[in-house]
Design a protein around this ligand. Sequence first.
Ligand code: BGC
Length: 265
Amino acid sequence: MSTLAIGIDIGGTGIKGALVDVDSGELVSPRIKKPTPSGGEPQAIVETTAEIVEEILAGQNEGAGQGSGTAQGQDASAAPVGVCFPAIVIDGKTMSAANVSKKWVGLEAEQLFEKRLGRDIHFVNDADAAGVAEVRFGAAKGRHGLVLLTTLGTGIGSALIYDGVLVPNAELGHIEVDGKDAEKRASYAAKERGRLSWMRWAARLQRYYAQLEFLFSPELFIVGGGVSKSWQEFLPLLSLRTPIVPAEHRNNAGILGAAALAARR
Ligand code: BGC
């Protein structure tokens, strides 16, 4: 018997979710993705999340006993739900909103989701969830000392992990580099906005990671986010004394980490 949990990853453009076997780190249902409601307001996002959870569970009922793509006869109806979100999260409350509606600031997000979904929710920062996924099932597994994971997307998310333990809510995408908020210059969105070549973007990443290296002296950098599938285009252009590797889980990192944290609770 394995432990099942549902992982939901809320982003600026899409909300995705799946049922996860948190022992093996595998998705045991199809991944469901829906666009993030425009404006990104809390109530609309809760509704879309509820639809995704319902679809995941309905798929389990249909597939029960058929094996493939389902949790093979296991009851997922009471599975806890982990939700990750791009904000500082303290005791289930969202405390910032860098790239989402300001209505999230100071919101009892975990309670709001629990009320609508009628089950236990664990609410966590998106990059922290990705960090937990790498510790449990990826590039940070079994690593000692300080590992810094950064996700390069609309913003820059970060997870600070020491001896396999997450120190939550490290907002290292917002350190100042050359007098500017780092994510404004070095996120993947900044590359797209400025139509930067890999080379020009890598020059900005160099400034960013050199600053992180100076401040934290980590043992390892892990780079996640969708663009990390093209890591060969930019990681070899960086010159750091710290090893820097792509994340093993990209699109599913948030789902896996959020589910793992929900199951642990
Ligand atoms: C937010 C972080 C988030 C990151 C990645 C940043 O703008 O401040 O909380 O982890 O974007 O989504």
